[in-house]
Design a protein around this ligand. Structure first.
Ligand SMILES: Nc1ncnc2c1ncn2[C@@H]1O[C@H](COP(=O)(O)OP(=O)(O)O)[C@@H](O)[C@H]1O
Ligand SMILES: [Mg+2]
Length: 258
């Protein structure tokens, strides 16, 4: 079985604040799990624990049996974990193609970049990487802008470039932090189709943090709801939509925003 994520009693404290309080859930292989909750609920903190940016105070995270808390951040790719960022993390001055090529790095060993400069012996690896990048750009509908400087693209397109960069590393688990932020309704619709394609046709396990409820409801097999660092609900989109605890948590947010 590949692609099983298991989170147990995950707790993360910042001084006196408990950002995550004994959160447990599993994501089944080849399924999409939505992670939702009002602002400050702890969603990004959970993702940052998974990506080894934050060190949890308690609990465990296992992916396909491997203890992710024993995995260094730079080894996550090798462990089969890929991610995109809530705020973009691209190389602004580089082309779309080169930004995606960066994602290939680990597949060709640590010497990829130096070999690229130094040797004809790596020509084959370079060609393979270039082919992989072009295939992924094509799959995401980015071929037409492959040679453009990435910062000249719209925010929605740049998010797709990030996704392409994560995908060329062939992850089994994909972590998406608010991929629809800044996207218009038709881009969001397209993104939903893409997420379902990655699950159905490539068998990826996906953890999706997202504010856009239409995307969450249409694309997730299951949803975990966080509020004040605690898991307040878990279930199918239909179950979550009808859960009074969830509705109350979101009403609170609306009142605070008003
Ligand atoms: N590095 C940090 N230092 C201190 N507090 C933090 C840090 N990161 C997050 N928090 C706090 O943890 C809580 C959860 O934040 P976050 O995970 O960003 O929520 P969400 O992504 O659900 O909006 C918030 O109260 C936030 O202020
Ligand atoms: Mg967040």
């Amino acid at each position: 079985m590949t692609g099983h994520l298991s989170i147990r009693d995950l707790t993360c404290r910042f001084g006196g604040l408990t950002a995550l309080d004994h959160v447990s859930f599993d994501v089944k292989p080849g399924s999409v799990m939505g992670l939702i909750g009002p602002n400050g609920a702890g969603k990004s903190t959970l993702l940052n624990c998974l990506c080894r940016i934050y060190q949890p105070s308690e609990g465990s995270i296992h992916f396909d049996g491997a203890d992710l808390l024993e995995t260094m951040a730079h080894d996550l790719c090798r462990a089969g974990v890929g991610r995109t960022f809530q705020n973009l993390e691209l190389f602004d001055e580089m082309t779309v193609r080169d930004n995606v090529l960066v994602g290939c790095d680990f597949r060709f060993g640590a010497g990829f970049w130096s070999d690229l400069i130094h040797g004809p012996k790596t020509r084959k690896a370079v060609r393979q990487a270039a082919e992989l990048v072009d295939r992924e750009l094509d799959a995401l509908g980015l071929s037409h802008c492959a040679d453009r400087i990435v910062s000249t693209l719209s925010f929605g397109e740049q998010k797709k470039v990030e996704l392409a960069r994560a995908l060329v590393a062939t992850p089994r688990l994909l972590l998406l932090d608010e991929p629809a932020a800044g996207a218009n309704p038709s881009e969001t619709e397209q993104l939903g189709r893409l997420i379902r394609h990655l699950r159905d046709d490539r068998g990826l396990t996906i953890l999706l943090i997202e504010h856009d409820m239409s995307l969450v409801m249409k694309s997730c097999d299951e949803i975990v709801v966080l509020n004040h660092g605690q898991k307040i609900s878990q279930g199918t989109p239909g179950e979550i939509g009808a859960d009074p605890n969830v509705i109350e948590a979101y009403l609170g947010e609306d009142l605070e925003d008003a």
